[in-house]
Design a protein around this ligand. Sequence first.
Ligand code: ZN
Ligand code: ZN
Ligand code: ZN
Length: 333
Amino acid sequence: MSQPIPNTLPIGGTPQPIHPGALHAHWKKMARKKGFELIARVTDRYHLALRCKCCGELSSTKLFVLMNARPLCPHCLARRRQSRARRAHLRFLRRDPSDTRYGVYKAPCGHELRRQFGFVERIARGEVSHRCETCQHAREQEEAIARGWQLIGPDPEGNHNYRLYRHKEGCGIVTRIARVNMKTGRFDCPQCGECWSAEPSAIYLMRITLAPDKHVVKLGFSRDPESRLLHQLHRVPDLPRQLIKSVPIRSGRQAQRLEKKLHAWLATRFPEGRVPPEEFAHLLKVKSEIYRPELEQPISQKLDRLMRKERRAASRSRTKHRARQVRLRKVRR
Ligand SMILES: [Zn+2]
Ligand SMILES: [Zn+2]
Ligand SMILES: [Zn+2]
């Protein structure tokens, strides 16, 4: 033989030693049938180098797999994974070496996600979302902080709707609370009894300066507007902000009802008044309730009227209370 025979074959960038020995006709036939061309025997007597008819790339496959199963071209497979990931708005980074069903992907937020290949297919079809755990955790932590609590972790009892929280700005208790309740604030602390619905509350108006020539106003309700202003709203510590008005309301439940009414009134009266979240989400930990500066005046007037009403209601309930005491004393006599 005058022709020099190369003794290695590069497969996937790695030279594989060519194994001497016959390439049997029935192997070649089987390879053709399964979409490959048999090129050589490599590594040992059990491995074959196959060229994919689809992409032209080489791969090493066990003889057993060729004869008894369906060999897969790893290059075509990787390309399919990439395109599936792209359709799911993810980037395929690598396979998970600990489990063949999983891959590691980069999410649009920049975090790495470990997901089943089948799940990514479902994301690509639009059936589910990729749900980044890191971002989700940050969101839930912000919700908790806004209520004076701290997210500790998942529910120790395994209920997906619950989380473990610490009453950070209160009694310090660590307890399970439904996440939806933390989000809306509709729960009472089981230890200190800090109760949002029955405790006195307030509706407030704040002015926040987003940029030197741009300020907005926030309307909301809170048991403690001062603390909300100082500790809970902002993402940057020195964001200029001030409390313009705070109207004491008899109870949290009443404050929530009145606040809702005010937002509805603003939405009808000033449909252009609401500031879209893109303009403040990087500076404030709130999703809505932010209005253009022109609305400061009308909101402030509404709050003045509300303050008078609440005072009247409070004095009425005091009069009623005294009258009841008098009646009771008479009955006892
Ligand atoms: Zn291929
Ligand atoms: Zn993320
Ligand atoms: Zn507490």
